[in-house]
Structures are given as structure tokens and as C-alpha cells.
Write a protein that binds this ligand. Sequence first.
Ligand SMILES: NC(=O)c1ccc[n+]([C@@H]2O[C@H](COP(=O)([O-])OP(=O)(O)OC[C@H]3O[C@@H](n4cnc5c(N)ncnc54)[C@H](OP(=O)(O)O)[C@@H]3O)[C@@H](O)[C@H]2O)c1
Length: 245
Amino acid sequence: MSERTSTEAGPRQPARTTGRTEGSTMKIGIIGAGNIGGNLTRRLTALGHDVSVANSRGPESLGALAEETGATPVAAAEAARGAEVVVVTVPLKNVPDLPSGLFDGAADGFVVIDTGNYYPRERDGRIAAIEDEGLTESRWTERQIGHPVVKAFNGTYAQDILERPLPAGDPARLALPVAGDDAAAKERVRRLIDELGFDTVDAGGIDESWRQQPDTPVYGLREGVDAVTKALAEASPERPAGFRG
Ligand SMILES: NC(=O)c1ccc[n+]([C@@H]2O[C@H](COP(=O)([O-])OP(=O)(O)OC[C@H]3O[C@@H](n4cnc5c(N)ncnc54)[C@H](OP(=O)(O)O)[C@@H]3O)[C@@H](O)[C@H]2O)c1
């Protein structure tokens, strides 16, 4: 999967709704309102969640998305206020620009989802700690934002979030890998992804999350649990040549 392919708009078909089988309305903050953040805003509001969404230009630039979805446009520094789940979905090069105190006022036990990928050549420039220290991309992000993350959606085509949700048990349902060190946080994210219409596979901890980084077998794979499990097992820890700055 390349970011270029992944960001193609694609036909806007109505999402096949999966309905909500469990859980209750959550307060969710989404930092980044682009391909992934925008579509997560669309689906999570459609499921009835209370979504605040932020970008770099400020809430006044998010009027159209707010009108379309009912999400509340906010400044990035406000996005996590009261949130049980915070999604960080900005380009990696912009993670260090996120405001300090980003999570001030978040709900007790809040969970951070990181959708990020490192594209040193096309977008992010060289990040020495990732390449020289061998940090996984999400471990680097954790250090920048000062909070553990659960890595999810990083290999998911943005349009699939709208167009490919299926009910649990459907044999064509896609599965997404989810990595994280905190079992409870990971389980919460997996339940939310199930609600969004996708199966999940436990991809281990953040130090193992190279298994789902760009150019791995699972990255961009549109398959179910068995194929995703197999692809994760087949990944190599060596950073691919095309993903070195
Ligand atoms: N595109 C995909 O299909 C896809 C799939 C999986 C994972 N990802 C990964 O997910 C991340 C987001 O990708 P994307 O394609 O959604 O990006 P995108 O379309 O380029 O959108 C990026 C968003 O981040 C916002 N942003 C940038 N700097 C910010 C800051 N300092 N504070 C607050 N918001 C900021 C931008 O706001 P402004 O527009 O106001 O600058 C924009 O809303 C990337 O790491 C990407 O590699 C992408």
C-alpha cells in the first residue's frame, strides 16, 4: 500500500452499517482531520459517539466536516478534553508539533490510538531515533506525545473505513492488526474496531509493531483473521530499503 493509492478518494458509497451490538456512547477526540481522521469522524459519529475533531488550522477550518457529521470542531489542545479514546492521526513529521498538555483533562484511563506511518522519502524526512535506535514508529510516537499508544488502522486504506465495514461473522469481514503494551487498552480498541465493522488480530506489543509497519505483508492487506495472522508472522524486522531516509 502506498499513501498515494491509499488517499485516492474512491467512490463514495454509503457504508454498510453494522449496527451497535455492545458498548455505550463514548467521548472520542480525533487529532487530525485528513483521510483517516475525517473518515473515523464520519463513522464514529454515525455510530452515535460524541466526537471532537481537530486539525492544525483550527476549528473554523472544520466547518464542513462538523456540519456533515455533527462532530465538534476544536483546537488540537482541546481535543482530548474528557475523552475516553483519543486518536492521533497526523503525519509523523507533525507529531512533534502537537501542543504540550495534549491530554490534559482526558478521562481517567483514556486510551490513545496511533494510526501513524513513517514515510521518510515521500513526506516525513529522516527521523534518526527510528532509523538509528531502531525504535518502532509507534514507540517513537509514544515518546513524543508522552503517553502509551495502541497502534491500529495504520495499514488500512482510508476509504475502507467508510466502504468496507461488515457485521461480525460475515465471512468477507476484513481484519486489522492491533498492537499495544496495555492489554486492557488494546482490548478497548479492539472492541471499538469491531463496532466499526472489522475483525482484529492481536499483533503483540509496541516493540513488535514493526510487523505492521509500511511494506510488511500485512500492510494494506484486505483479508480476514487467518490471512492477517499469517502475514504478521511472516514479517521481517529489518526496515525496508524504501523506508529509510
Ligand atoms: N491515508 C491513508 O489511507 C492512511 C492509511 C493508514 C494510515 N495512515 C497514516 O495516518 C496518519 C494520517 O494520515 P492521513 O492520510 O489521514 O493524513 P492527511 O490526510 O495528510 O491529514 C493530516 C491531518 O493532520 C492534521 N495535522 C497536521 N499537523 C497537525 C498538528 N500539529 N496539530 C493538529 N493536526 C495536525 C492536518 O491538519 P491541517 O490539514 O489543518 O494541516 C490534517 O487534518 C499518517 O501517519 C499516515 O501515514 C494513512
